[in-house]
Design a protein around this ligand. Structure first.
Ligand code: GLN
Length: 561
């Protein structure tokens, strides 16, 4: 069977959920028995998002092979439950770097290098690599940004050419747009969609399907109008209403007949009947009201929740499995340094410090970690969250404020977190970290081993600094366990405290491997510890003893006067 391609373009505005739509369509195809591959084409000039600020770009999603990619690849992996590789995220920067490299080597034999055909050929070559490297039978390709952006033109031109190269029956174009709602007349407007389709046509691409996103119910006549003005079949106009539950999107699209339409349009034969039981369970569990726990997420980029997308998702997956609801309380770590927002920490049932770079807010995170240790609040640290747990514990054991990571204090006498010797000479910032999947042996009788129920795991990394082995003895004597260690014994990958209900942190990013139907074992263990502590507190609240205690406290605070 020829490889089938589905191309996703965006119209009207960005951030309408094109990535989630593509991921959900991928699931529709997988449910029908096809091997699916997905690729994101990002028109920016950076080689990858690895060096971009999370404020600009949201989270950097890391793949098994160490590629630093767009967060949409996280949606693809979670929705379709596949592992993607480096060819699945292409940027203008990569394409030009390759073409210019070839030109310098003289590969073009004196020719003039132009956007068409040289750049477009390189784009088409990279699209072709998805099926070649993953064995995908259906390849979904999403183009970042919206139609009309200058920088996406070469990508759109490449897609246009592909219809001619591969045949109409092997290519399908889905345009995802937005229907603005006019409050005064309570109307949804289709004009911006019409304009963006016109723009797409002027480039030579006619959409086969229009997914019209909206926050409001879409009447039949709105779809009819889009069909008429945009020249697509009426059943190919898909009104996709915003759902607060991300994992409802595949079910919505299935009910709107999208899967069957694509099968028909691409001349495929469904191999198996889609089984949505698991997804229906997920959605109904999300809807059910459940006991709530508060998790303080202490970070640097908390104003932009997308910067921690996979962490949010991983918490959600584990919470669903445990029958609880996680409320994330976003805590800006630099606020804690100014003595602000401590009530969020004091009211939290669990504290999580995610990954991060640079010194802003680091001391606030360390204070939150100290609080978790002293007050026995369950704590989970991810990457930087592990490094700072080591710093905090080092400061406590050595009774000094000086222990630090050399990322933040180069001249500390106690560099408990430091660069490994082989990292010291690296000058470039892009792509030079410890990236991707690394093996880890779990030590028996640790919380980590109990959570995983295994003695060997592989997890995704993205960091430069490591626990400094010369402090292992001191930390261990103080009560820190190194529960995950690289097979060669050189690198500490998981730490935990002996004398604490749950204080565990990982040098890797477990959040990247969590799936809605397969929550990550460490997220499960963390939330389970949180749930248990909340349960105990609730039992105490119900007991007479604690009521007495509260009354006593209130009396001393003169609240009853
Ligand atoms: N800044 C730290 C390092 O480079 C941690 C990185 C992270 O949290 N992803 O090692």
């Amino acid at each position: 069977m020829a490889v089938k391609y589905i191309f996703f373009t965006g119209g009207v505005v960005s951030t309408v959920g094109k990535g989630v739509t593509a991921a959900a369509v991928g699931r529709l195809m997988k449910e029908r028995g096809f091997a699916v591959g997905v690729q994101k084409l990002d028109p920016y000039i950076n080689v990858d998002p690895g060096t971009m600020s999370p404020y600009q770009h949201g989270e950097v999603f890391v793949l098994d092979d160490g590629s630093e990619t767009d967060l949409d690849l996280g949606h693809y992996e979670r929705f379709i439950d596949i592992s993607l590789n480096t060819v699945c995220n292409v940027t203008t920067g990569q394409v030009y770097a390759e073409v210019i490299g070839k030109e310098r080597r003289g590969d073009y034999l004196g020719g003039t290098i132009q956007v068409i055909p040289h750049i477009t050929n390189e784009i088409k070559h990279r699209i072709g690599l998805v099926a070649k490297t993953t064995g995908a039978e259906v390849v979904l390709v999403e183009i970042g940004g919206t139609v009309g952006d200058i920088e996406s033109l070469p990508f759109l031109e490449a897609l246009r050419q592909m219809r001619g190269d591969l045949g109409r029956e092997n290519c399908m174009y889905i345009h995802v747009t937005w229907l603005p709602h006019i409050g005064a007349t309570k109307e949804l407007k289709t004009k911006p969609t019409q304009h963006s389709v016109r723009e797409l046509r002027s480039i030579g691409i006619s959409p086969d399907m229009i997914v019209a996103r909206s926050d409001h119910p879409v009447k039949q006549e709105v779809c009819e109008k889009i069909a008429l003005f945009c020249d697509v079949e009426e059943r190919a106009v898909v009104p996709l209403i915003t759902s607060p539950i991300l994992y409802e999107v595949p079910l919505q699209l299935e009910n709107l007949g999208v899967g069957d339409y694509i099968i028909e349009r691409l001349g495929l034969i469904t191999r198996r009947k889609p089984d949505w039981q698991e997804w229906e369970w997920l959605v109904s569990e999300e809807r059910r009201s459940k006991p709530q726990v508060n998790i303080a997420l202490v970070g640097k980029y908390v104003e932009l929740h997308d910067a921690y997308f996979s962490v949010r998702e991983a918490l959600d997956h584990a919470a669903l499995a445990l029958g609880i609801e996680v409320k994330i309380v976003w805590v800006q770590s630099s606020d804690l340094e100014r003595d602000r927002n401590w009530d969020s920490i004091q009211n939290a049932d669990g504290i999580l410090v995610p990954g991060g770079f640079g010194s802003r807010g680091v001391e606030g995170k360390i204070q939150a970690i100290k609080y978790a240790r002293e007050k026995e609040v369950p704590y989970f640290g991810l990457c930087l969250g592990m490094q700072l747990m080591v710093v905090e514990f080092g400061r406590y054991l050595l009774n000094s404020e000086e222990p630090n990571s050399t990322e933040f204090d180069r001249s500390t006498p106690y560099p408990v977190i430091d660069l490994m010797p082989d990292q010291r000479t690296i000058a470039d910032l892009g792509g030079t970290m410890r990236l991707g999947l690394y093996p880890c042996n779990l030590q028996p009788k640790t919380k980590a081993a109990a959570a995983y129920q295994k003695d060997f795991v592989e997890e995704r990394h993205r960091h430069r600094f490591e626990l400094n082995n010369s402090f292992r003895d001191t930390l261990a004597k103080g009560g820190m366990l190194f529960s995950g260690i690289s097979p060669d014994g050189r690198l500490v990958e998981i730490i935990e405290l002996i004398d604490h209900p749950f204080m565990l942190a990982t040098q890797f990013h477990p959040e990247f491997l969590s799936r809605p139907n397969r929550p990550h074992p460490l997220f499960l263990a963390f939330l389970d510890a949180v749930r248990k502590q909340v349960g105990e507190r609730m039992d105490r609240v119900n007991s007479f003893e604690l009521v007495e205690e509260i009354l006593e406290q209130k009396k001393t605070k003169n609240e009853f006067k």
